[in-house]
Design a binder for this molecule. Structure first.
Ligand SMILES: Nc1ncnc2c1ncn2[C@@H]1O[C@H](COP(=O)(O)OP(=O)(O)OP(=O)(O)O)[C@@H](O)[C@H]1O
Length: 871
């Protein structure tokens, strides 16, 4: 637009639109809700967007003499209804309010943005989901290491971490932030590194600077350094976290005293799960719509804060035996002592969201009803503390000791706040009788007003002898005495005439005027006093932010453990034995989700799984389609993860030698949107597993290699199993499900590989799925049979059978087997890397390879190069 044009536009703009444009320019990218009188209005592009999202009418209005602008608005009292819809649809919403009383100013009223609500920064109960944290994440990039920070402003929880890209990716996947911020310069890098599923926003580059962000953090926490938080050493995490504090300022969130601490998510404390595992095992979110994630089975918590904590436990199962044992110990105590569990549950049921309530106190956004709920929750914390302390169990006593009943605050709210206080502070009936003398006095005046007027009327009637005298009120004249014309002459001299009607006269008296002043001012005064007292209560409550946050943490933990005990009872789980050994011994394990979904009358068939590092490191599991291979693989990992969360498990018995990493390559997860083929994804995921093995890893591999031709597929699957078996440092426990029966050969040559199959029976040409895991390999796939069950047209099934017989005759399958047998045996010596120079070279190449920096094409080329070396 040319300068003259802009000037012309400015000249024709109304003052209101001029003000609007000035404010709008300060919040680029945000949808501006502009308060005009009783309405919030949107203009231009914002109006078009808002009208679509909110389904409200879009109109046009004159904007100066020549132009028109789109307009859409809603009444201010509908904010609670409309704001969440805008934010949930991903909008950043700047709320611009009138900063002065329009009645008290001439000309245009001052306006300004009072809050910028974004998907990741919201206190609004309608935007937030009760049992889910609403995280804002910030990511900082350096060449090798990335920093990440998560803040849930609604609870004050603030965490940070740093690490390589896969770790940060995993954390993002696990915490599922509602919004991610990063610096402008790394926009493309972020999109490349992480999926574009996140709602993102970028900040100016200078914000992501170490000194600036460090300063921000120490200033906020009022400390000299960050040593006390244990994050001093993670520079990248500090930058990410400090940028969050800056962002809060930018979004007009200045009351953040409830963020009292920042903690480090320690990679080494938790079971490592790659992001595929969290996704593939459907721990927190289902992969498909309508699916049931594990957390839905585990989460029987009674408070929203408990529900949030159990989700965190799910994505961060622990490796520390002592922590797991303590949790299991408590679950067992609840499991056995129903009286204790019931007593605690009764209190927890009515507890509400103590964690979010105290955050609202800290930021001054708590309403009177919520303050009453806070009191109730504090009251309920007392029996919880008692029950824990009297349980006779040391671990529970320890938890009980950490609960602070905050008696002073409880008493204060109890004695001052009305038991049925309204939602807002300006509606009266907020503060109890006897709290404030002036308030009581005003109430007397306000409520005894009628009596007082009747008495005055009676007195004046007697004094004047006017029998029809009446005292009344109207908006224009206030209170008055009305005398019909027939009694006019009896009116005393000192009465002042105010109005003449056809058949009556209206007067006021000095006494009536004084009374009027008192009573009309009383209401405003009462509101002012009540608000002042409420603010005092709030100020006192503010002193209790830390202890109440602590209470919330303890109660959430109790809630999670009660939930574990509840589901253990309900679903017949057992306490696992956690050991430092390398054995995994699950007897009659079940899949916690599938067993709940079987049609009525159908029983889940339990199976044993045994793995160790000495005798049975790898189970190669064959079996026809639909036999239950995937279910078996998944249930094994789920049982391990549940155990290491501190939960009982679906099995007859389970001995879990601590697992430190769980990797899965289950099913084909399509990633076509990112331009990668399914096979490429499969290979990338597998490569990431093979590059990160440890002695305590648990690996699930389901049909590796099926995305390519049979020969390639078998070869890759074969070499992966070998690699896992012969890895010089790590004997990772592996469940390997495959359709390639050729792999059964491996067990002959490698001592720690064992064959299993999920059995089926063929009766009169019909396949019966037994779902039982048996020793030994299997021969048939029955894929065509499954196609038949699936409703494939008969001619296709018949033809497929025909072709299969033909192929079998051609001995293609046998040829493959033969080829496999022909491969020189000395390639598979235990120490194969040391024994074979070619393999040593390959190993060196693999070691040097940074899989994270490879493009798909480079990876394929590399694979080809490696194969070339083998040839
Ligand atoms: N142990 C079991 N008891 C009862 N039902 C089971 C059991 N295991 C699996 N199922 C049922 O069988 C279905 C198929 O199992 P699953 O997907 O594990 O088969 P699969 O062998 O992996 O098949 P495919 O090779 O085709 O992927 C499951 O969805 C489940 O309903």
């Amino acid at each position: 637009m040319s300068k003259t044009h802009t000037k012309a536009k400015e000249a024709t703009e109304t003052p209101l639109m001029k003000q609007y444009n000035q404010i709008k320019a300060k919040y680029p990218g945000a949808l501006l809700l502009f308060r005009v009188g009783d309405f919030y209005e949107t203009f231009g592009e914002d109006a078009v967007k808002a009208s679509k999202i909110l389904n409200i009418v879009l109109t046009k209005r004159a904007n100066g003499s020549a132009s028109h602008i789109e307009l859409a608005g809603f009444p201010h009292h509908s904010m609670d209804n409309y704001l969440p819809k805008l934010v949930r649809s991903g909008c950043r919403v700047a709320i611009c309010d009138q900063l002065e009383d329009p009645k008290s100013v001439k000309g245009i009223v001052k306006r300004g943005v009072t809050e910028l609500v974004t998907p990741g920064v919201s206190f609004d109960d309608n935007v937030l989901e009760q049992g889910r944290n609403n995280y804002l994440a910030s990511v900082y990039f350096t060449k090798d290491v990335l920093g990440v920070a998560f803040l849930d402003i609604s609870t004050g929880e603030f965490m940070t971490a740093s690490g390589k890209k896969p770790y940060i990716d995993k954390l993002l996947q696990g915490f599922q932030p509602s919004e991610v911020i990063y610096s402008k310069a790394v926009r493309a890098e972020f999109e490349k590194a992480f999926s574009d599923d996140y709602n993102t926003h970028y900040l100016e580059d200078w914000i992501y600077a170490y000194d600036f962000t460090y300063e921000k953090l120490v200033k906020h926490f009022k400390t000299n350094s960050l040593k006390g938080f244990g994050i001093e050493s993670i520079q990248e995490g500090i930058v990410a976290a400090g940028a969050i504090l800056h962002y809060l300022e930018e979004t007009e969130h200045k009351d953040i005293d409830h963020i009292v601490s920042i903690s480090r998510i320690e990679e080494e404390k938790y079971v490592w799960m790659d992001k595929f595992t969290i996704r593939n095992l459907e721990l927190v979110y289902p992969q498909q719509e309508g699916g049931v994630p594990l957390i839905s089975i585990l989460d029987e918590t009674l408070t929203p804060m408990g529900s949030r904590m159990i989700k965190k436990w799910m994505v961060l199962p622990v490796k520390d035996k002592a922590i797991i044992e303590e949790r299991l110990h408590i679950v067992e105590a609840f499991y056995k002592d129903k009286g204790l569990a019931d007593a605690l549950k009764n209190s927890l049921k009515a507890m509400g969201d103590l964690e979010r309530l105290i955050s609202k106190v800290a930021v001054g956004r708590i309403n009177p009803r919520e303050m009453l709920q806070l009191k109730k929750a504090l009251g309920l914390a007392v029996p919880v503390k008692e029950a824990l302390s009297q349980s006779g169990i040391e671990a529970l006593k320890k938890l009980g000791d950490q609960i602070n009943p905050c008696e002073f605050l409880y008493e204060l709210i109890d004695t001052q706040l009305h038991d049925d206080a309204p939602l807002l502070t300006n509606q009266g009936n907020l503060i109890k009788e006897g709290v404030d003398e002036a308030l009581d006095e005003l109430r007397k005046i306000a409520y005894s007003g009628k009596d007082y007027l009747l008495q005055m009327q009676k007195r004046e009637m007697q004094n004047t002898g006017i029998s029809s005298l009446k005292i009344a009120y109207n908006k224009v004249f206030g209170y008055y005495l009305e005398v019909t014309n027939s009694h006019k002459d009896k009116v005393p001299q000192e009465w002042i005439r105010k109005q003449t009607l056809v058949n009556a006269e209206r007067y006021i008296t000095e006494e009536l005027k004084q009374y009027e002043e008192k009573i009309l001012g009383a209401e405003d005064k009462m509101v002012a006093i009540e608000q002042r007292i409420f603010q005092q209560i709030l100020k006192h409550a503010n002193d209790y932010v830390s202890p109440i946050q602590q209470n919330a943490r303890v109660i959430s933990m109790v809630d999670c453990l009660l939930s574990f005990a509840e589901i253990a009872q309900k679903n017949k789980y057992v306490r696992p034995t956690i050991t430092e050994s390398h054995e995994l011994d699950i007897k009659q394990g079940r899949h916690p989700v599938i067993e709940k979904q079987l049609p009525h009358g159908e029983e889940y068939i339990p199976n044993d799984v045994y793995l160790d590092n000495e005798t049975q490191q790898i189970m190669v599991i064959t079996g026809p389609n639909m036999a239950g291979k995937s279910a078996l693989l998944r249930q094994t990992a789920l049982i391990v993860l549940m155990a290491q969360m501190g939960s009982f498990v679906p099995a007859k018995s389970a001995e879990i030698g601590l697992i430190d990493k769980v990797f899965t390559r289950v099913g084909a997860s399509d990633n076509l949107s990112k331009g990668e083929s399914t096979f490429m994804v499969e290979m990338t995921e597998t490569a990431s597993i093979l590059n990160n093995l440890s002695d305590r890893s648990l690996i699930l591999m389901d049909e590796i290699g099926r995305g390519t031709s049979t020969y390639d597929g078998v070869s890759i699957a074969w070499s992966i199993v070998e690699f896992l078996h012969n890895h010089p440092k790590s004997k990772a426990k592996t469940l390997f499900a495959t359709h390639y029966h050729e792999l059964n050969q491996l067990a002959n040559d490698f001592p720690r590989i064992k064959n299993f199959n999920v059995s089926v029976k063929e009766i009169n040409g019909e396949i019966i799925f037994m779902r039982k895991l048996k020793k030994g390999g299997s021969e048939h796939s029955f894929g065509i049979h499954v196609a038949h069950i699936a409703g494939m047209p008969n001619p296709v099934v018949l033809r497929a059978n025909e072709i299969m017989h033909h192929l079998e005759k051609d001995k293609i399958r046998h040829q493959t087997q033969k080829r496999m047998q022909e491969i020189p045996k000395n390639n598979y010596q235990l120490n194969m890397f040391e024994a074979d120079p070619v393999l040593t070279e390959i190993r060196e190449l693999l070691d040097k390879l940074d899989i994270n920096t490879l493009s798909p094409v480079e990876a394929l080329l590399k694979l080809n190069e490696l194969k070339g070396k083998l040839r």
